[in-house]
Ligand binder design. Structure first.
Ligand SMILES: O=C(O)c1cccc(C(=O)CC[C@H]2O[C@@H](n3cnc4c(=O)[nH]cnc43)[C@H](O)[C@@H]2O)c1
Length: 223
């Protein structure tokens, strides 16, 4: 994915994270390997957002990107997905009558919405499908769990492990968020032989190469 950026980045060390900074014109991008899982991704993203805010150069947008499991047949392996909704699927309580999200327990948040116009522009420029991307702390490994998640989230296209954490950090700073994923494996029974990480990373790199027009045409004041 970093290969989609020119010129080559320079490193900016932060506590617990390193930014790869690409400057062009009066702006630029910072690339952050935010770590695996919602907690580390939230912590790293919050560090970067806070450093930028304290430097007087806050970010306009946070993009969470990586590989994901795709719900079949809607998100085939090798395809790109952009989240119109970022939902944490396992933050809540298990009960005898089923799962209750924290919001039904009376606190917290389970969903963030990226700006609609930006999601549409990204889908148009990259060919990504738009839909719900779930964040899970445990990778789905059975057909039963995949069916349960799909029953609770009928518009889910993909599951990954960081989007909600990144979105929580972005929301705390009032910064819009986007999640873009390339599908490396089907969501369902564990089958490492079915993984296509190389293909997914190539699709993500290609997608990022087509992102500039969508980002440049987006008006941050338009939701
Ligand atoms: O060992 C396994 O069976 C296994 C299956 C799927 C994913 C993993 C990971 O270690 C995921 C690490 C990384 O990749 C993203 N990812 C990719 N596919 C999935 C998935 O099907 N469900 C959740 N996350 C996925 C995730 O965002 C992590 O960053 C291991």
């Amino acid at each position: 994915m970093a290969r989609a950026f020119t010129p080559a980045p320079h490193e900016v060390p932060l506590p617990g994270a390193t930014l790869h900074r690409i400057l062009h014109g009066s702006g630029g991008h910072d690339l952050l390997a935010a770590g695996v899982g919602p907690a580390l991704a939230a912590a790293s993203t919050a560090t970067a957002l806070t450093a930028a805010a304290l430097a007087g150069t806050p970010y306009d947008l946070v993009v969470s990107a990586g590989i994901a499991g795709g719900f079949q047949p809607d998100a085939p392996v090798g395809s790109l997905v952009v989240a119109d909704t970022i939902t944490v699927a396992d933050l809540g309580a298990d009960t005898a009558t089923g799962f209750l999200p924290v919001t039904e327990l009376g606190f917290g948040t389970v969903t963030h919405h990226p700006p609609e116009t930006l999601v549409r522009a990204v889908a148009d420029s990259t060919g990504a499908r738009a839909g719900v991307v779930l964040t899970v702390s445990t990778v789905t490994g059975t057909a039963e769990r995949a069916a349960e998640l799909r029953a609770r989230h009928p518009r889910a296209l993909a599951e990954a492990m960081e989007g909600f954490g990144v979105a929580e950090a972005a929301a705390a700073h009032g910064t819009p968020v986007l999640e873009i994923r390339a599908v490396s494996n089907p969501v369902g029974p564990r089958d490492r032989a079915a993984w296509r990480i190389g293909d997914a990373l190539a699709a993500l790199t290609e997608g990022f190469g087509k992102l500039a027009p969508a980002l440049e045409s987006w008006n941050p004041h338009e939701l």
